[in-house]
Design a protein around this ligand. Sequence first.
Ligand code: ATP
Ligand code: MG
Length: 255
Amino acid sequence: MIMSAAQALIRLENIAKHYQMGGETIAALNGIDLTIARNEYIAFIGSSGSGKSTMMNILGCLDTPSFGSYFLNGRDVASMSESELAHTRNQEIGFIFQSFNLLTRATALQNVMQPLIYRGIRPAERARRARAALTRVGLEKRLDHLPNQLSGGQRQRVAIARALCSEPSILLADEPTGNLDSATTADIMALFDELHAEGQTLIVVTHEPDIAAHCQRVVRLSDGKVLSDISKQNSQQNDQQKNDQQKNAEELIDV
Ligand SMILES: Nc1ncnc2c1ncn2[C@@H]1O[C@H](COP(=O)(O)OP(=O)(O)OP(=O)(O)O)[C@@H](O)[C@H]1O
Ligand SMILES: [Mg+2]
């Protein structure tokens, strides 16, 4: 996809992540170049061990690359101080995990309010925002439930509300439906589709082709490299170009 640097929300330049394991070097990521614009809806797919979670951790500023540069909103993440990084993680990034990662002794409302504590928002405003986020995901009647009093799909909705609460630039979801049945998976994906339609940028890691089919762009990783990067819009554009070319050819024949 061609876009100017100003449009790019994320720009990865020759990103590599190497791990040293007993004299052996494992290249979890190996020369990734990728640009992601605001409001894209992307799936990362690839076999187990291909580097998907490593990629998400770098995008979410939870981990740093061994080589290469990551520009977020035009800023080189490597140049950020610890406090700037913490601020970026808290305000720019919303993370959703396969295992929900909720506090087990805290209610849905308390779970969603928690990241706002670090942002110095007063309790009444925290509760107001958390209630609004839980209402957004359809859980307004479950505010006081503990995670073990919620279904799997509802737990994931709490995690999504928690991620949305800080109005992040990017929502990163690593196999968000990996622990859910197919009906609940469809509900969660419908919610992601709505968020995308409202302007949210979403990056989803998945093993399931049905989930990748929701996304507008599918990036396949293999051995830490981008094996393919297919954008539906591009293929539609290509179809349009093909139609135009065919029309032109037909017109030429008519003459
Ligand atoms: N902390 C680590 N130390 C050493 N090697 C690691 C570490 N984390 C990941 N790896 C290796 O890096 C490679 C990529 O791992 P990663 O977790 O990104 O894969 P993945 O695509 O998310 O796989 P899955 O689909 O199973 O979740 C794997 O070969 C893995 O063994
Ligand atoms: Mg993984």
